[in-house]
Write a protein that binds this ligand. Structure first.
Ligand code: ADP
Ligand code: MG
Length: 353
């Protein structure tokens, strides 16, 4: 065992501390896709195309048709805590975008090789920039400038290569590229329900064929039909809006229908959230109604006054802190329960996988 007691305290090199912090935001390829996807929605994209090599472990190619990035901003694009979405601490109280910490692209660039190609509307050409450790890499010996001009279309394409090349432990713990691919498809499926007007696609980089595709449609229900099948939509009940201090909207499967694998999609103010306490409560409600081994489909989109919500709890923003969480859960449960009992009929149970 090493003797640590007589060592003095030293500051970590910035590159080391940045890489450690990046590991909290970027856990796996799906975290990269989630951060890029939220940026694209913030940038008003209507079409998002993801192509992956080795489930994203080797390459993530992510293309949007959003508003693009001004070439003058490329210098700061991957610097930690550089953002166009807030300026003062109080802005956190009314944050209306996904992003605000200016950490995502920085984090990605600390743990991968990142190339960004972007073009604003009405520009004559695009710019391509290559980043490492939060910085634009200085131009190479051949003198090719970075960023450099190139042809392109409006929008932004990110190419993330060799994720965790400099974090060998993390890289080794992610060995199953099929599983990583599934995580990404699952994420895209969920976001495509909440953002039906955005068209999403995902494919393996080496295949022209899409493994996942949603066209732009005009309702969440239409999107659920595209993603989970029309049969499911026929078994759904609409819930919401209710309440004064918050509102919600969603679709829940009825008491005569069940899935072999549970599907819980919770969004709060547009963000996909792991809401364990709500999930547990809803699951025990359905447990008393569904046959053993059966699970519901639940999609709930909650809108809360941003003042009552702290999204700044975790860098990956999957957890949030809601004031009056218990009250909100109680109200949601009550409304689900009422809807289920109101519409439960004597039809036969059946289970779908
Ligand atoms: P944040 O989203 O918290 O601001 P990011 O590191 O995710 O931080 O992004 C930094 C900035 O880069 C954003 O504030 C935005 O101005 C710009 N940006 C990132 N992705 C896109 C995109 N797809 N289209 C246009 N601008 C983008
Ligand atoms: Mg962001």
């Amino acid at each position: 065992k090493q003797i640590l007691s007589n060592r003095s305290i030293k500051r970590l090199d910035k590159d080391v501390s940045d890489r450690i912090a990046a590991g909290e935001v970027i856990l796996r390829p799906a975290s990269v896709v989630k951060e890029l996807l939220e940026n694209s929605i913030d940038a008003q994209a209507t079409r998002i195309e993801v192509s992956l090599l080795d489930g994203g472990l080797k390459t993530i190619r992510f293309k949007d048709d959003g508003e693009g990035i001004h070439p003058d901003d490329l210098n700061l694009l991957c610097e930690r805590f550089a953002t166009s979405k807030m300026t003062k601490y109080e802005d956190l109280l009314s944050i209306g975008t996904f992003g605000f910490r200016g950490e995502a692209l920085a984090s990605i660039s600390f743990v991968s090789h990142l190339t960004v190609t972007t073009m604003k509307e009405n520009s004559d050409f695009a710019h391509q920039a290559y980043f490492e450790n939060g910085r634009l890499v200085p131009s190479d010996i051949l003198g090719a400038s970075n960023p450099k001009k190139c042809s392109g279309v409006k929008g932004t394409t990110f190419i993330v290569e060799d994720l965790f090349y400099n974090c060998p432990l993390r890289r080794r713990s992610l060995s199953n590229s099929k599983e990583e691919y599934r995580f990404i498809i699952d994420l895209l499926m969920k976001y495509s329900i909440r953002y039906p007007s955005v068209s999403f696609s995902c494919r393996r980089l080496e295949n022209a064929k899409y493994d996942f595709f949603t066209p732009s449609v005009d309702s969440e229900l239409a999107s659920i039909g595209n993603v989970y099948g029309k049969e499911l939509t026929e078994e759904l009940l609409e819930v919401g809006p209710l309440c004064t201090s918050f509102s919600f909207h969603g679709y829940i499967s009825n008491a005569n229908f069940s899935l072999r694998r549970p599907q819980y999609l919770f969004f709060v103010n547009g963000r996909l959230i792991e809401w364990q306490s709500l999930k547990k409560a809803i699951s025990s409600l359905y447990n008393s109604l569904l046959p053993k081994g059966g699970h519901p489909f639940i999609y709930i989109d909650v809108t809360i006054d941003p003042h009552r919500l702290d999204v700044n709890v975790h860098p990956a923003k999957r957890q949030i802190c809601i004031l009056d969480e218990e009250y909100i859960i109680e109200k949601l449960l009550h409304s689900i329960e009422t809807k289920l009992t109101m519409t439960s009929s004597s039809r036969n149970f059946y289970t779908v996988s």
